[in-house]
Design a protein around this ligand. Structure first.
Ligand SMILES: O=c1nc[nH]c2c1ncn2[C@H]1C[C@H](O)[C@@H](COP(=O)(O)OP(=O)(O)OP(=O)(O)O)O1
Ligand SMILES: [Mg+2]
Length: 198
C-alpha cells in the first residue's frame, strides 16, 4: 500500500487522517508512528497557511520526503477571531484541550447564542524536498455551545455546534464529523494535488 507521512503529533488529527486516507488505499503515518525523534516545529506564523508550511517544510527537509501537514483551529467572531492560530496553546504552552475549552467558555460567558458564531479552519500543506509547497483550506461554520457535551473527537469538538445540527461535534459519530468537518473539506480540495506526494 502507498504510504504518506503526516507531520503532526496530534492523536486526534492522526486518527482522522488515517480514516480519510485508508479510503484512498493509502496508509497515513503520523509523527507518533515514526521511530525517529523529530523536533516540535515552532509555529511562529500569523496565519494557518504560514504555520502549515513551516511544519510541512521542516519535516520534509529532515526526512527528505514529501509530507503533508495540518494547521487548524477555532475562529470565534465575538473574540475578534481568537483563539485562531493560538488554538492549541490558548490556555498556555502546556496545552490541554480541557483548559482551552474552559478559557473560551469563560470569555464567552455573557455572550448570547446569536453572537456565538465561529468556524473551524483547516489548512493542509504538502511540502517536498524539491518544488513549491501547495496549500488548501477548508472551513466549517457553526456556533459555540453554552457548555461542553460529548466524548468523541478532540480539541474544541465538545463546544462546537456545526450549522444545521443540534449536537456538538463531540456528540456526532466520527463518520459524521468526517463528512462535514473543515478537515474533510480541505481533504476534498487536496484530491487534485495528491499525486505529487508519491
Ligand atoms: O477537528 C477539530 N476539532 C476540534 N478541535 C480542533 C480540530 N482541529 C483543530 N482543532 C484545535 C485543536 C488544537 O487546539 C488546534 C490545532 O492546533 P495545531 O497547531 O494545528 O495542532 P497541534 O499543535 O495539536 O498538533 P500539530 O501541530 O502537531 O499538528 O485547533
Ligand atoms: Mg501545533
Amino acid at each position: 500500500m502507498k504510504q504518506i507521512i503526516i507531520a503532526t503529533k496530534n492523536r486526534g488529527k492522526a486518527k482522522e487522517f488515517k480514516e480519510f486516507f485508508i479510503q484512498k488505499n493509502i496508509e497515513a503515518l503520523s509523527l507518533l508512528d515514526i521511530e525517529k525523534q523529530l523536533p516540535d516545529v515552532d509555529e511562529t506564523g500569523d496565519t494557518f497557511e504560514e504555520n502549515a508550511s513551516l511544519k510541512a517544510e521542516e519535516i520534509s527537509h529532515i526526512l527528505n520526503k514529501a509530507v503533508l501537514s495540518d494547521d487548524s483551529g477555532l475562529v470565534i467572531d465575538a473574540l475578534d477571531g481568537r483563539p485562531g492560530v493560538y488554538s492549541a496553546r490558548y490556555a498556555g504552552e502546556d496545552k490541554d484541550d480541557e483548559e482551552n475549552v474552559k478559557k473560551v467558555l469563560k470569555e464567552l460567558e455573557n455572550i448570547p447564542e446569536h453572537d456565538r458564531n465561529a468556524r473551524f479552519v483547516c489548512v493542509l500543506a504538502i511540502a517536498r524536498p524539491e518544488g513549491q509547497t501547495k496549500l488548501v483550506r477548508g472551513e466549517c461554520e457553526g456556533k459555540i455551545a453554552l457548555f461542553p457535551s460529548g466524548d468523541n473527537g478532540f480539541g474544541y469538538d465538545p463546544i462546537f455546534i456545526p450549522d444545521g445540527y443540534q449536537q456538538t461535534m463531540a456528540e456526532l459519530e466520527p463518520e459524521e464529523k468526517n463528512q462535514i468537518s473543515h478537515r474533510k473539506l480541505a481533504m476534498d480540495k487536496l484530491d487534485d494535488l495528491i499525486d505529487i506526494l508519491f
